[in-house]
Design a protein around this ligand. Structure first.
Ligand code: MSP
Length: 493
């Protein structure tokens, strides 16, 4: 029985349509899903939308739509990212799904309450709708939320509270021991220092008269479940919690929650606390990426610089967008999106890199006709082995950009090998066979990054028997960009 691998993205708020930041999180998770699947692991990749809470309610009001209309509309946009970005997810959960999500969310609440970890309190605090969370005075910068730069609302109401403080030490120990792996180290330190300062109890409900759009709290029908409590439970409800025990046992605990740095506290403190209280296993890993800026600026509607993944894909193709996100943005830190840099990498790494190598090798091999399965040179085998090992190491440290540059290092090696052996002069079939083996391995290594290109390469190599193969020339994988007319448009011309 092969290992299983269960990976998730955060579920996206439906207050707006997807942008490049959301695309980034999804592509990172997709890389991991494809990578593990290719290793023979049974893989489950979950994504979805977070549809309750005040933020979505306010957005619906502003758009003059009902909550349901806005949710359906924007949730569908996130679902379309599957096609847009070639995502391989297995399931798309919506927190408005009363059959799939609600029973598990309610069951989880009941278990937490049965463990004595829910209590009622009158609460006064500063609520940031953008974060969907109460902030302390200390967290504010000039009276504003440091992330959303907005003034939080003062709320005074009767809430139900989750006794998170009770689990502070245990969560800290699990992270310290690595039982719950938080990567990168900087984020691990950040959450550990927050935990060491002592986790506070969390308001876990809102009065229904103030917020009706959400899951009613079992046994307290005048309260609506706090949107993060509702949302975090998606990771277990989607795989059967509260509905299908067998399915749940098969997939839970998750192997990797992929999140952005803004939602670390919810995933590495509140979520483990909820699971510990309910007596459920903790996820194995939380992998935290940075934020994407646009040409050096924070992306925001007011600056008018929001980049939509579908526009980029229309222009450059899906593989190119995936390549840029995975190769150019360092997984551990913030990264920048710049059109100039995008086109630079498109030209050097895709058109002149992978595309050119595939075309050179497949042209040589097609001209050579049927190729005998001969011995693969030690030089090639060891380059491939070293690359595979380095990629494995980079992925295990959640340094996906390093995995990408290792694959491209192998392509450069391949280019050097052709230049050195000059098979177009020598017509050495052994060399050409070696190059096909290298190309085939490169196709498998790029498949989590540029799956379309990988498939085209793999399909061009046909094993006649175990003794011989034939290759068809690979069509231009990445059409050349020119000044006025770039990418996809050039291809359509
Ligand atoms: N609904 C919550 C998550 C609940 S998960 C139980 C949420 N949604 S979100 O739509 O605001 O953000 C989802 C993801 O997109 C987060 O991981 C966030 O970090 C990521 N990004 C949003 N803007 C981003 C950038 N500019 N750059 C990179 N990722 C960013 O939070």
């Amino acid at each position: 029985m092969p290992d299983k691998f269960y990976v998730t993205t955060p579920i996206y708020y439906v207050n707006d349509k997807p942008h490049i930041g959301h695309a980034y999180t999804s592509v990172v998770a997709d890389f991991l899903a494809r990578y593990h699947k290719a290793r023979g692991e049974e893989t489950f990749f979950l994504t979805g939308t977070d549809e309750h809470g005040q933020k979505n309610v306010e957005a619906a009001k502003e758009a003059g739509k009902t909550f349901k209309e806005l949710s359906d509309e924007n949730s569908a946009k996130f679902k379309e990212l599957k096609e847009v970005l070639n995502l391989s997810w297995n399931d798309f959960i919506r927190t408005s799904d009363k059959e799939k999500h609600w029973p598990g969310a309610i069951e989880l609440w009941k278990r937490i309450e049965a463990n004595g970890d829910i209590y009622e309190d009158e609460y006064e605090g500063l609520y940031c709708v953008g974060c969907e969370a109460f902030l302390t005075e200390k967290e504010l910068v000039d009276g504003l939320c440091p992330i959303h730069k907005t003034k939080p609302e003062l709320l005074k109401e009767k809430n139900l509270f989750f006794r998170l403080s009770k689990y502070s030490d245990e969560i800290g120990q699990k992270i310290e021991s690595g039982e719950l792996e938080v990567l990168p180290e900087t984020r691990r330190n950040e959450i550990l220092s927050l935990i060491k300062s002592g986790l506070k109890d969390v308001s876990f409900s809102r009065p229904k008269e103030k917020l009706a759009w959400g899951i009613p709290v079992p046994g307290h029908e005048d309260q609506t479940m706090y949107v993060w409590c509702d949302a975090l439970s998606n990771y277990i409800t989607a795989v059967g919690f509260g509905r299908d025990e067998k399915e749940f046992k098969k997939w839970w605990p998750a192997d990797a929650h992929i999140i952005g740095k803004d939602i670390l506290r919810f995933h590495a403190a509140i979520w483990p606390g909820m699971l510990l209280s309910a007596g459920l296993p903790l996820p194995k890993g939380i992998y935290v990426h940075g934020f994407i800026t646009i040409e050096g600026e924070k992306m925001s509607k007011s600056l008018g610089n929001v980049v939509k993944p579908e526009n980029l894909v229309e222009k450059y193709g899906r593989d190119a967008v995936r390549y840029y996100l995975l190769g150019e943005i360092p997984s551990h830190e913030d990264g920048d999106f710049s059109s100039e840099r995008f086109e630079e990498r498109y030209r050097s790494d895709l058109a002149n890199g992978l595309g050119n190598f595939a075309s050179r090798v497949s042209t040589l091999a097609e001209d050579a006709g049927e190729l005998k399965n001969s011995e693969v040179s030690g030089e090639i085998t060891s380059e491939i082995e070293i690359a595979r090992k380095n990629i494995e190491e980079a992925v295990s440290q959640f340094k996906l950009h390093e995995a990408v540059s290792t694959v491209w290092g192998l392509i450069h090696f391949g280019d050097g090998y052709i230049d050195e052996k000059k098979p177009w002069e020598s017509k050495d079939l052994g060399v050409i066979f070696n190059l096909v083996v290298l190309l085939d391995n490169i196709a498998s290594l790029v498949s989590p990054i540029t799956p379309e290109a990988a498939e085209k390469i793999t399909n061009s190599i046909e094993w006649k028997s175990k003794d011989s193969l034939k290759v068809k020339k690979v069509e231009a994988l990445f059409p050349r960009l020119n000044e006025e007319n770039s990418g996809r448009q050039a291809r359509l011309k």
